[in-house]
Write a protein of this length. Structure first.
Length: 231
């Protein structure tokens, strides 16, 4: 006689980048145990662990390696909220040296979407770029290493295609060198249009304003991305 199986609740959310509806479930004990090692793990292991947990908690229905960073972050935080509770305890450091305890409800995180944002960028009247959103491991690697030189590599990796009125050039590994030369040949004004894509793309953002109990100073903090509150 086999033992009974436990029912696991499922929930639904809408991905920020595509508005696609996705089913997910909370952590089970085995995933929670894996999550507990995040604080003591290597940074590269943290990226892998978070990705694997999101994958299994969405029933392996998504291509996690291709998922935009904002979608994976949003999924993880919602999974965490259903699993461990909606409140994350943060510490805000005041300039006076006081450490302020702050309880944040991660279900209240804002998804910032610029109404003028587009994935197609007109570089000239005849030439444009089609962009994709950066992946989770792309953005986390830059945050972890603090290597600003990788930002340009990130920009290059997010170019999906170059198009003209007559032709469409899909970017592949074979023409990556040509793409680098194309980006390097841009004027400052043209490159600013590419930068605007990253500045206006959907992102998780939370603004916090707390008053220090010792010096009465307002401490204004902006949290963006999973690296600020994934533990």
């Amino acid at each position: 006689m086999s033992l009974p199986k436990l029912d696991v609740p499922t929930f639904e959310l809408t991905l920020p980048s595509t508005s696609k509806k996705v089913l997910y479930r909370p952590f089970l004990v085995k995933e929670h145990k894996t999550l507990l090692i995040l604080k003591d793990s290597e940074d590269s292991d943290s990226i892998r662990i978070i990705s694997e947990i999101v994958d299994v908690c969405t029933f392996n229905k998504l291509k996690i390696s291709e998922l935009p960073s904002v979608d994976l972050e949003y999924l993880f935080l919602n999974i965490r909220a259903k699993s461990l509770g909606e409140i994350v305890e943060l510490i805000i450091n005041c300039d006076c040296g006081n450490k302020i305890d702050y309880a944040m409800d991660i279900t209240k995180l804002n998804i910032v979407k610029d109404k003028n944002h587009t994935t197609k960028i007109s570089i000239t009247s005849d030439i444009g770029l089609e962009m994709r959103y950066p992946k989770f491991d792309d953005t986390m690697n830059i945050f972890i290493t603090n290597d600003q030189s990788k930002i340009f590599d990130l920009i290059i990796s997010c170019v999906k295609s170059i198009y003209t009125k007559e032709d469409y050039y899909e970017i592949t590994h074979d023409n990556k060198k040509e793409l680098e030369e194309f980006i390097y040949s841009m004027t400052k004004e043209q490159f600013e249009k590419v930068e605007e894509f990253f500045e206006t793309m959907p992102k998780l953002k939370q603004e916090i304003d707390v008053v220090c109990s010792k010096c009465n100073t307002h401490n204004y903090t902006v949290l963006e991305g999973l690296q600020n509150f994934f533990v």
